[in-house]
Ligand binder design. Structure first.
Ligand code: WT7
Length: 647
């Protein structure tokens, strides 16, 4: 029998938690074992750390699987756990320090944040929004985006945050799908010194749109905007005059907190639904244990609130724990490539949570940029969004973490709501490239095509075996698709769609989407492993690998490589890289072709778009590329204006 995915890459380096870190960590040895022995008990304890108005009657209702319910009968409003209780205990603690791209700054204490949330909630009510409605939020990374989200939660309206980099058309699809009643936006948003015309996009999205009745507009860039008097309201005209306290709407644990659209690589975007009680339990618990948050920490998650990472680990998880966070509005290269590291030293950031795509970009720019800044405040680093190649992990560890900070590589999805697989930084010995082990109370396995668990040392498909509190409750308006996408591959198991291997110590190594797995001469080879072998070479910053049709081998491996700094690609380097992959993971994985390119096509959230590279490699007509962050690179690769070799 052949493995569902081969296990090729082996990584021997290990990093136990530093002794002092381990001694002081929030999560201590024993937590995994306790949770495994009684997972429901564990989640019940975690949920009790939140503020409930009425305790739940039934912890987990699994009578209508996969439509699970958690904390049935429990009543709460998530903003009381995130704001009111901290205002009682520590009103002047800072919730958010914020830095705008042009360099303007502000800070909000928990008291100020609650007051602004109440005023915004009052304005929404005045606009006719109430419990059970859905509000779209289409903004940049200003403090008011967190206010807008929490204001919706305060009055029991679901929010649907649409990333500010999406087009009017994408916004329109999402407004229609969720029947949004209102939109909260800005005149414009700063990006590399230019104005992104958010209000103009909203106007375009609302032409003949049926459900949206009002638009709340924050003034940020003071760019000119069109105005519709019967529909549009300036934030500064209707928010400040509202009362600074508004009683929170009491919600059922299973009422909807938000909808968030996730596109995946194909098909119509799915409106992932999350509810109040279970979601807050998951994000609050994981934030405390994975990020080891302490009162003395200054935490920075570089994600955008348009993605689930921003929802869970900028807004709800940190606020539920009373944390102090940094929010930055702009891009890492404005006004220069040192902006992030300047922010870390200015604010004395202690915990940094970012994505592999950012780390690989910094590798390309060169380590002298971060190493010329003072990063000594950092004590913990996190990664999320894609597999982190072992060499990128090592670079992050050495040049950002000064060889002293544990790294938590956190695997999860929009659908899972909170972190599912991750080291706990005071307990788990980490291995570069592995997300390590499941979070306490989470039950996962790696299985073969038939759903049988694979033994250590083998690759297969990741599954989650038991329900968990922050799981999605479905796809908005499409229960059949929910069942079909996540629950139909294996009976009773949640299938996230990712490949994974188990090493000899049962550590989990995520291998990317199974749609990306290549079939070469009868071997299932994961793109991640070949990419990591390429990134292992000292000249390579980033690599993407796809399988293109081949008459002899079924698929042949086509690689696209971004070199570090000023290194030039040449034929001898192509040969060297092919041999490097062969030596690192085996001749079967040697790329048939290698193309050097200055960049890779990526989604707006930074994931490599392998599907497009496959289209290019097989010389197909390309589909719509406007949703890419960097669509021009596709043209450059296709026109062959970059150095390549074909075998
Ligand atoms: C997919 C989910 C989770 C928040 C951001 C992305 C990939 C995510 C990791 C990781 C390997 C990862 C998976 C997953 N992914 N984190 N640490 N290691 N792969 O959310 O857009 O819903 O994407 O991202 O393929 O299924 P998302």
């Amino acid at each position: 029998m052949s493995d569902a995915i081969e296990n090729l890459y082996s990584e021997e380096r290990k990093f136990p938690p530093p002794e002092k870190f381990a001694l002081e960590a929030n999560a201590q040895v024993g937590i995994h074992e306790r949770a495994a022995a009684a997972p429901l008990e564990f989640w019940s304890e975690e949920a009790k750390k939140l503020h409930w108005r009425t305790p739940w009657k039934k912890l987990l209702n699994d009578s209508d699987a996969p439509f699970y319910k958690w904390f049935e009968g429990g009543r709460l409003n998530v903003t009381e756990s995130c704001l009111d209780r901290h205002v009682v205990s520590n009103p002047n603690r800072i919730a958010f320090h914020w830095e705008g791209e042009p360099g303007d700054t502000s800070s909000l204490t928990y008291k100020e944040l609650l007051e602004e949330v109440c005023r915004c909630a009052g304005a929404l009510r005045q606009m006719g929004v109430g419990k059970g409605d859905t509000v779209a939020i289409y903004m940049g990374m200003v403090p008011e985006i967190t206010v807008a989200m929490l204001a919706c939660a305060r009055i029991g309206a679901a929010h649907s945050v649409v990333f500010g980099g999406f087009s009017a058309e994408s916004l329109r699809d999402r407004l229609d799908d969720a029947s949004c009643k209102a939109v909260i936006t800005q005149d414009g948003s700063w990006r590399r010194g230019k104005v992104v015309p958010l209000k103009e996009n909203v106007d375009a999205a609302l032409i003949d749109q049926q459900t949206v009745q009002s638009v709340l507009v924050l003034q940020r860039c003071e760019n000119n905007v069109e105005w519709n008097n019967s529909r549009d309201h300036w934030w500064h005209e209707i928010v400040p005059s509202q009362s600074d306290f508004l009683e929170a709407e009491e919600m059922d644990a299973e009422d909807i907190l938000f909808i968030l659209y996730t596109s995946g690589s194909t098909g119509k975007p799915k409106g992932i639904v999350h509810t109040c009680g279970g979601y807050l339990t998951g994000v609050s618990s994981t934030f405390k244990s994975v990020f080891d948050i302490k009162d003395s920490d200054l935490y920075w998650c570089t994600a955008d609130c348009g993605w689930v990472t921003g929802h869970s680990y900028i807004v709800y998880g940190p606020l539920a724990n009373g944390a102090t966070s940094l929010i930055y509005e702009g891009t890492p290269d404005f006004p220069n490539q040192g902006r992030w590291w300047d922010l870390i030293s200015k604010y004395a950031v202690t915990i940094l949570y970012t994505a592999p795509t950012a780390i690989r970009t910094f590798m390309k720019w060169g380590e002298q940029i971060p190493t010329s800044r003072d990063l000594s405040s950092l004590r913990l680093l996190g990664s999320v969004g894609e597999p982190i190649n072992p060499e990128a992990w090592m670079w992050y560890h050495e040049f950002i973490g000064g060889n002293r900070c544990p790294i938590v590589d956190t695997w999860w999805q929009t659908e899972t709501g909170s972190i599912m697989i991750s080291p706990l930084p005071g307990i788990t010995t980490t291995k570069p490239g592995s997300a390590a082990i499941p979070y306490p109370g989470i039950d996962v396995a790696v299985v073969d095509e038939e759903g049988q668990e694979v033994p250590p040392g083998h690759g297969g498909l990741l599954v989650i075996k038991s329900p968990w509190p922050s799981m999605l409750r479905g796809i908005h308006g499409d229960p059949d698709r929910y069942r079909d996408v996540y629950w139909s591959r294996f009976d009773g198991l949640y299938f996230p769609g990712d490949g994974c291997k188990l090493d000899d110590e049962s550590y989990l190594w995520l291998l990317g989407r199974v749609d990306d797995v290549m079939l070469v001469s009868g071997h299932n080879i994961s793109t991640t492993e070949v990419e990591s072998a390429l990134v292992d070479h000292s000249s390579v910053a980033e690599a993407a690998v796809v399988g293109r049709k081949d008459s002899t081998t079924g698929q042949a491996i086509a690689a696209f490589v971004v070199l570090k700094g000023t290194i030039e690609g040449c034929d001898s380097l192509i040969q060297e890289l092919r041999l490097h992959v062969a030596a690192k993971i085996g001749p079967i994985a040697k790329p048939a072709s290698i193309v050097f390119t200055p960049d890779l096509p990526k989604t707006r959230s930074g994931k490599i778009m392998r599907r497009l590279l496959r289209d290019i490699s097989e010389k197909r007509k390309l589909g719509d590329v406007t949703t890419l962050a960097n669509s021009d690179i596709v043209e450059a690769i296709r026109d062959g204006s970059v150095k390549s070799s074909e075998d």
